[in-house]
Design a protein around this ligand. Structure first.
Ligand SMILES: NC(=O)c1ccc[n+]([C@@H]2O[C@H](COP(=O)([O-])OP(=O)(O)OC[C@H]3O[C@@H](n4cnc5c(N)ncnc54)[C@H](O)[C@@H]3O)[C@@H](O)[C@H]2O)c1
Length: 411
């Protein structure tokens, strides 16, 4: 590949990147199986794919799979802060996949990289936050007729695309991968569950056993966090606004109460709701001295940080990512500035979690190509048969056999 064909920061890091990609790959058996099938059947033969995704080892394995399926693939970063320069180097050097991404590049450089990727005139886009599809619809309308379809990885991106579809401005079909059941199960429940506690423990090194841990939100992510915290001996207290979810938490054996009372009981607080100011000034006022607060939700607005700033006489960083807010009566500790604790203090989802998400991606892309004549410019869920297939492949990889329902067999 000529040097103009890519833009990366440190080509010399390719060997380190190659090893990381190989390590992640052995945790991704479903994607490996799909890669073998793609190599045989070539479902993406001759197509140009452009991706705006986190430049990580897991993404590298997805792109290898798409290449094996016959596609030309080109990559830019969906977020420059998550770009791993060694992975970018290995993709270029070892897998001949052009990458336009440098870690922590400026917003304008990041924008230019996306433009260079779109200059390749893709027929399919892969997005994590609707960047490429947004640019195509805003500034490159002349290219839209070349597009077969796209995929979107996040809730935020999907919401934006659904709004475009409602307003009749979306010009090609997109499959929303984040809504697959296997993705939600592995990503939200088990990925967020484990990595949130990983982030909490790496940041603080506290003993969870015996601690009163207040968890706000008993949805997909909250259930995973609650289960893991309980398993490590914490006394888990659930705060929920949805009565059915609150009932489920109570029937699952958790102590359920409102935020006002939970604030008095907790020693550790985790938010995972997607809501705003779930923990606020009135709660800080009744909390115990030494309470620890962190967030696993998408935005850093679940804990009312401005109120904490207002209450504090001074702040002090006790350990990396652990900020003490000293008030006249107590000290409260905020982790990772209230940002996603599992991404800031730990490493985000394990490769095994992304295995299922990216398996849904790969199979959805093959589906888009096969059904391109039948699909209109709308946002589609992952077809249930793909979701089911991913679950079957994962069970096979885990060596688990299951039975068929009798009613289907007996007619
Ligand atoms: N950290 C990660 O890697 C990661 C992964 C997946 C999702 N998320 C984020 O976590 C958040 C939750 O995602 P989810 O998939 O669990 O969503 P979900 O909709 O399944 O669950 C959210 C739950 O929070 C409850 N809730 C809303 N407002 C509340 C409040 N004020 N107090 C108490 N409970 C409240 C809702 O009733 C719901 O049960 C979102 O912001 C999502 O983007 C983060």
């Amino acid at each position: 590949m000529t040097q103009e064909a890519y833009d990366i920061a440190f080509p010399d890091l390719a060997e380190a990147g190659r090893r990381k990609i190989a390590w992640a790959d052995q945790q991704m058996p479903v994607l490996q199986q799909i890669r073998r099938e793609f190599t045989t059947h070539q479902p993406l033969s001759g197509l140009r794919l452009a991706a705006s995704l986190h430049v990580t080892a897991e993404t590298a394995n997805l792109l290898r799979t798409l290449r094996a399926g016959g596609a030309e693939v080109i990559l830019c970063a969906s977020d420059p802060l998550s770009t791993q320069d060694d992975i970018a180097a290995s993709l270029v050097h070892d897998f001949e996949i052009p990458v336009f991404a440098r870690r922590a590049e400026s917003a304008s450089a990041h924008y230019r990289q996306a433009q260079r990727v779109l200059d390749s005139h893709p027929q399919i886009t892969l997005d994590d936050g609707a960047t490429l599809i947004g640019e195509l619809h805003k500034k490159r309308k002349h290219q839209l007729s070349e597009l077969i379809g796209g995929t979107e990885e996040t809730t935020t991106g999907t919401t934006r695309l659904q709004s475009m579809a409602r307003h009749g401005t979306l010009q090609y079909p997109v499959i929303a991968v984040n809504e697959a059941r296997t993705t939600r199960l592995s990503d939200h429940r088990y990925g967020t569950g484990q990595s949130t506690l990983d982030g909490l423990l790496r940041a603080t090194n506290v003993l969870l056993a015996g601690k009163h841990l207040v968890l706000c939100g008993y949805g997909w992510s909250g259930k995973g966090i609650a289960l893991r915290a309980k398993g490590m001996g914490a006394v888990v207290i659930i705060v929920e606004v949805n009565p059915v979810q609150a009932l489920e938490a109570a029937l699952d054996g958790f102590f359920v109460t409102n935020m006002a009372y939970a604030a008095e009981l907790g020693e550790i607080f985790i938010t995972a709701t997607g809501d705003l100011n779930v923990i606020r000034e009135e709660h800080f006022r009744v909390m115990k001295d030494g309470a620890i607060l962190c967030n696993a939700g998408h935005f850093n607005s679940e804990i009312e940080i401005p109120a904490l700033e207002e209450m504090a006489t001074h702040k002090e960083e006790m350990r990396p990512g652990v900020m003490a807010y000293h008030t006249p009566h107590k000290t409260l500790y905020l982790l990772a500035e209230g940002r996603l604790i599992n991404l800031t203090a730990a490493e985000g989802h394990p490769a095994a979690v992304m295995d299922m998400s990216f398996a849904n991606q790969a199979l959805s892309l093959a589906y888009l190509v096969k059904h391109q004549r039948d699909l209109g410019p709308r946002v589609y869920p992952v077809p249930p048969e793909i979701d089911g297939r991913v679950a079957i492949l994962k069970l096979q990889a885990m060596g688990i056999k299951i039975d068929q329902p009798r009613i289907a067999i007996d007619g």
